[in-house]
Design a protein around this ligand. Structure first.
Ligand code: MG
Ligand code: MG
Length: 248
């Protein structure tokens, strides 16, 4: 069942979303050559404390960090460590909080210094695919319009859509119905309604779509070791159209 949120509940989700957005914006300013993902994780923890928010992922199914930090060929759910990021790397950070009973969830992929042109194209296409998908988050649309918007944006540019991980409803729970794949035909699935809150999150690979999980049981990497990008926003469907809750 897809839970619709009342205006008062949406206000709480705005507050949670704002903390997520501000924290990611701060982390982004720290992503330069030499920084480590452990440093970024500590900063995210500190920001949660400062806001009186709980990091959503830490302890979720046993995940040990406040942020998922996934460089280069890592797709999602990467572990923070003490390896310095290098010029030309990319880093995906996925971050969520629980605040006053509601969750916010967002992800960005950030350039470490200057990128090569192909990687730059991957980041731009992935971010744009999220924008395209969000435009479909409107009353009376269908769920798979969102999915189709992602796939039809990135595949003509030579990129591929990860199948194993999908977006999701969000609210009092981090993961609620419906699941939101980033591929599929338009015009299918549940009809979209005002009051739905969705975490839309394309994960796009430079090469083939296949992924595998490392021995830590969490870190997803591309099978072909090519790079992967991830952008996510928590979005409310309103009578006035999509409202992005995780944007500063
Ligand atoms: Mg996320
Ligand atoms: Mg998510």
């Amino acid at each position: 069942m897809i839970v619709l949120k009342s205006p008062a509940e949406l206000d709480k989700m705005r507050a949670a979303g704002r903390i997520v957005a501000e924290t990611l914006a701060l982390l982004k300013t720290r992503i330069i050559p030499g920084v480590t993902t452990n440093e970024l994780n500590r900063l995210a923890e500190k920001e949660c404390q400062r806001h009186g928010a709980k990091p959503a992922f830490k302890g979720y199914g046993g995940f040990p960090f406040a942020i998922c930090s996934s460089p280069n060929e890592q797709v999602v759910h990467g572990f923070a460590d003490d390896n310095p990021l290098l010029e030309g790397d990319i880093l995906s950070i996925d971050f969520g909080v629980l605040y006053k009973g509601f969750y916010g969830d967002s992800a960005i992929t950030v350039a470490v210094g200057k990128l090569d042109d192909d990687t730059e194209r991957l980041l731009i296409a992935t971010r744009e695919s999220l924008e395209q998908a969000i435009e479909k988050a409107v009353p009376n649309g269908r769920l798979s319009d969102i999915s189709h918007a992602v796939q039809s944006w990135v595949e003509p540019k030579g990129f591929s859509v990860v199948r194993e991980f999908v977006g999701h409803g969000i609210g009092r729970n981090l993961h609620e119905a419906p699941q939101i794949p980033n591929y599929g035909q338009a015009g299918q699935g549940p009809r979209l309604k005002s009051g739905m809150t969705l975490a839309i999150e394309p994960m796009i690979n430079a090469g083939a779509p296949g992924v595998k999980i490392l021995e830590d049981g969490w870190t997803a990497v591309t099978q072909d070791s090519k790079r992967s990008a991830h952008f996510e926003h928590t979005v409310a469907i309103t009578d006035n159209g999509p409202e992005i809750l995780t944007q500063v």
